[in-house]
Design a protein around this ligand. Sequence first.
Ligand SMILES: [Zn+2]
Length: 243
Amino acid sequence: MTKWRSRETGSRSARAFLGVLLLLSPLHAQSPSSSAPLVPELQRAEANWAHASTALRAAEEEAQKAEEKVERLRALYARGLVARRDVEWAELEAQTARARLAAAQEVERLAREALARVREYAERAAERERQQHRVARALVRVARSYGQGRFTMSDLAALMRAYERRFGLPLPISAFGQTPTHHRLGLDHRGRVDIALHPESEQGRWVIEYLAQRGIPYIAFSDEIPGSSTGAHIHIGLPSLRK
Ligand SMILES: [Zn+2]
């Protein structure tokens, strides 16, 4: 009888365990997209602010020129070269330019504040999304036990017999030892077995209870992530090592 003994211990197996979790996590296939609806809003706010800034610079220039014209005409008037009315006209123009500048400053301030609000909102949405991902990731790690760290062929044979006695169906083994899928994932799955049962189903709970009572190591992957249908299974044996 072949004994499947695991040689890895301590931090090496802990590292491998993390690797398994990350690789088998169905979240891998999901891409963050919930902040996407904010993009047009952000672009609009940025465009508004850019427009307001351009208008403000133009108004500043216009006001500056109007002030310079008043100074110039006042100097000319002092030398008797222009009429008083010309100075008054330039002063009125400068006053109008100052009013337009004040309005442009207000528009720019509002656009800048609106942009800051949209950016803050987008940042908070992104942070919420990151948190949701962390929560979803945590849900994948439903249960694990290193037990006595040993899983043998006779353990498997006994489990298969017990399961069939209990449920009248063969144990649904989805991966027996190394498979092409595990090979692609870069995992050494030799001496490990995957059972296609949801850890929270009646059968799944029974298998976990069976393994726990006998100190057989397992990892129960529960696929609780909305929109994902793969991933739930019970892995029997110590965590797969990265190849
Ligand atoms: Zn497995």
